[in-house]
Design a protein around this ligand. Sequence first.
Ligand SMILES: [Zn+2]
Length: 59
Amino acid sequence: MPVFEYVCSNCQNVEKRITGIDDHTVICERCGQVSVRKADVESLLASYAVDRGEVESGR
Ligand SMILES: [Zn+2]
């Protein structure tokens, strides 16, 4: 079973959860807000960095 780390968008609480491959968000146990899979956050940040690089070189 895959274990993923989730970071709460509200309180920054990090939880390790055993979830399905398509479960990109879970509910934070601490505050009840949405937690986003850490790998997704990092890939999003990486894609933003790439996008910014393309915009800067294109202008
Ligand atoms: Zn939280």
